[in-house]
Ligand binder design. Structure first.
Ligand code: PAF
Length: 282
C-alpha cells in the first residue's frame, strides 16, 4: 500500500496506471474509518484494478462553530484498516496542499446545497463539492464510491458530476447500521452511553414512516408529525429537521407518490446525527 501526500505525485502515479489500462475506484473520506467506509472500499476493490482512498478532514466544509478541531483523526488505525483491506493508494494531503495561500475558487451546486442540512450548515456543501472536485481532478477516478448515509451529499455530488461533465461513474452504497439500528458515523464516537441509547430512536422513527406509508398514509405532514412525536420523547434529542422529499430534487413532498426519501437531522448534546430511508411504493 502506497501512502502519498503530494497531489502531483499521486496524480502522476494514477495517470501512469491508467495508461497501463488500470481502472481506478476512489473512496473519499475524512478518516475515522468504520464499517460504512469499509463497505465502500470493498466495493471499490471488487469493481476496479486499483482502489484509492483519500483521508482529509476538509476545513472548507466546517462552519466556524462546528467540530473541525475535535473531529476524530485516528490516522494509525485508519491506515491499518486500509492495509487490511488491501487498498492500493492512500492520499493524505495537508491542508496547505489542498488550500494553498491565495485559494479563492469554489464549486457550488445551487439550490440543492441550501436544502435540508444545507439550511443549518451554510457553506457546508460548497466545501464538499469544492474538495470533491479537487480530489477528482487529482485522482481522476473511473468510479467514485459514496455512502447513502449522506444522502444529500450523494445527490449534490451526482448533480455536480453531471452538470460539469466529470468522466466518473458514481456508486452509492447502502447505509451500514449497528445492531441497535444506529447508522454508523465517524461522529458517533462523540455520543455518551445514554445519548447512543437515545439515538436508536432515529431508525425507529424512519421505520415508523415506512410502516405508515405501507398502511396507506401518504400525507407527509401526518407522518412527519408522528416521527417528531416519537423522537421528542427522548430527553436529549433536539430535532433540526424531519422531512419527506423527492429523492432527486430534495424538494419537500406534500403527498407521497412512488418514491420518497425520509430524512432527518437530530442533535444529541453537541452531536448532530443524520439518517434517512428511501421508500418506494407499489
Ligand atoms: O463524506 C465525507 O466524508 C466528506 O464529506 C467527503 C466526501 C470525504 C468530502 O470531504
Amino acid at each position: 500500500m502506497k501512502i502519498l501526500s503530494d497531489p502531483r505525485k499521486i496524480n502522476q502515479l494514477i495517470r501512469r496506471a491508467k495508461r497501463n489500462g488500470k481502472s481506478i475506484g476512489f473512496v473519499p473520506t475524512m478518516g475515522a474509518l468504520h464499517a460504512g467506509h469499509l463497505s465502500l472500499i470493498r466495493q471499490a476493490k471488487r469493481d476496479n484494478d486499483l482502489a484509492v482512498v483519500s483521508i482529509f478532514v476538509n476545513p472548507a466544509q466546517f462552519g466556524p462553530q462546528e467540530d473541525l478541531k475535535r473531529y476524530p483523526r485516528p490516522l494509525k488505525n485508519d491506515l491499518a484498516l486500509c492495509r487490511k483491506e488491501k487498498v492500493d493508494l492512500v492520499f493524505i494531503p495537508e491542508d496547505k496542499m489542498m488550500y494553498p495561500e491565495g485559494f479563492v475558487t469554489f464549486v457550488n451546486v445551487e439550490g440543492l446545497s441550501g436544502r435540508l442540512c444545507g439550511a443549518a450548515r451554510p457553506g457546508h456543501f460548497r466545501g464538499v463539492t469544492t474538495v470533491v472536485t479537487k480530489l477528482l481532478n487529482i485522482i481522476s477516478a473511473d468510479v467514485l464510491y459514496l455512502g447513502q448515509k449522506d444522502a444529500q451529499q450523494a445527490v449534490i455530488i451526482s448533480r455536480m458530476v453531471e452538470d460539469l461533465n466529470f468522466a466518473v461513474k458514481i456508486v452509492v452504497m447502502p447505509i451500514v447500521r449497528g445492531n441497535n439500528g444506529l447508522a454508523l458515523s465517524s461522529r458517533n464516537v462523540y455520543l455518551s452511553k445514554s445519548q447512543r441509547e437515545e439515538a436508536q430512536v432515529l431508525f425507529k422513527a424512519l421505520h415508523l414512516a415506512k410502516l405508515m406509508i405501507r398502511h396507506g398514509q401518504f400525507n407527509s405532514s401526518r407522518i412527519i408529525e408522528k416521527m417528531k412525536e416519537l423522537i421528542s420523547r427522548k430527553k436529549q434529542a433536539k430535532i433540526d429537521y424531519v422531512a419527506i422529499v423527492d429523492p432527486k430534487s430534495l424538494g419537500p413532498l406534500k403527498k407521497i407518490g412512488r418514491d420518497c426519501l425520509v430524512c432527518l437531522a437530530v442533535k444529541f448534546g453537541k452531536t448532530r446525527l443524520i439518517d434517512n430511508l428511501r421508500i418506494t411504493c407499489g
